[in-house]
Ligand binder design. Structure first.
Ligand code: 5HY
Length: 255
């Protein structure tokens, strides 16, 4: 099977790290195609960045050919609902995947993310998924997303310190890492803190493989029905559901 993994920000080094984390858990026979758009924010920290990363995400999804599932590798599950309207293959958000996985192995879990501005979106997703009561707290480690790409930064120490507080003060029984850029830290931090520490990329790959093996696809009976044909105007004309001829993959997104 072929799993298309989209990092909605434009930072290629993070996409490489995400691809490595995905391949590390993928079954033999699963091909991972890890991509990021060439336009949009270099990192997604809060609502403003998030909204400008969605067109790039959808453009990458429109480019994907013969894939069995899609994974959105941004912990806010950026553009997840719109992506499910666009694709019939299953679409998994790494946030949703990690939350459900945590609920299968712990009574209560904690989330440790990047900056405090990223916390509200994650809390809203927990409420939306009906899992808010299973999460003891969403903590910020005060680490900017791109610090995770800088080997000289002490990002790992700050993330680890916040995990220690989540276990000691919030009594978290498992930890969910709240950024795709933390994908390479999970196993070492789990050993260090003696509780399961989950990376959403790995959780999403295993869930995607499961859905494909079950032969299920996104229901088109309601919320995730294909977009109705209409012509968008201006900057987003190339994204118009109507203008199949103006596929962003072929004509480029703007003009
Ligand atoms: C992520 N941002 O997983 C989120 C994390 C965050 O660029 N990749 C990003 O801080 O919301």
């Amino acid at each position: 099977m072929r799993i298309h993994v989209v990092n909605p920000n434009t930072t290629a080094s993070m996409t490489r790290k995400i691809g490595e984390a995905a391949r590390a858990v993928a079954s033999s026979g699963t091909e991972i195609i890890a991509v990021n758009p060439d336009f949009g924010p270099p990192s997604i920290e809060g609502y403003f960045d998030e909204v400008f990363s969605v067109p790039g995400l959808l453009a990458e999804m429109k480019k994907a050919r013969e894939v069995d599932a899609h994974v959105i590798a941004c912990f806010d599950d950026t553009g997840l609902d719109a992506a499910r309207c666009l694709a019939s293959a299953p679409v998994i958000g790494i946030g949703e995947a990690a939350f459900h996985t945590a609920c299968l192995i712990a009574g209560k879990f904690g989330v440790v993310t990047t900056l405090s501005r990223s916390v509200p979106a994650i809390e809203h997703n927990l409420i939306k998924y009906g899992l808010f009561s299973r999460c003891v707290k969403v903590r910020a480690s005060d680490v900017a997303v791109l610090e995770l790409e800088d080997p000289r930064s002490d990002a790992r120490r700050r993330v680890s310190r916040e995990i220690a507080l989540a276990v000691a003060e919030d009594h978290a029984e498992a930890i969910v890492l709240g950024c795709a850029g933390m994908a390479d830290l999970a196993s070492a931090l789990s050993l260090e803190h003696g509780v399961p520490v989950l990376d959403g990329v790995a959780c999403a790959i295993k869930l995607a493989e499961g859905l494909v093996s079950l032969g299920v696809r996104t229901s088109k009976a309601g919320a995730y029905a294909a977009p109705r044909n209409k012509q968008f105007s201006g900057l987003f004309a190339p994204f118009s559901p109507a203008s199949e001829a103006h596929d962003p993959a072929e004509t480029g997104v703007f003009g």
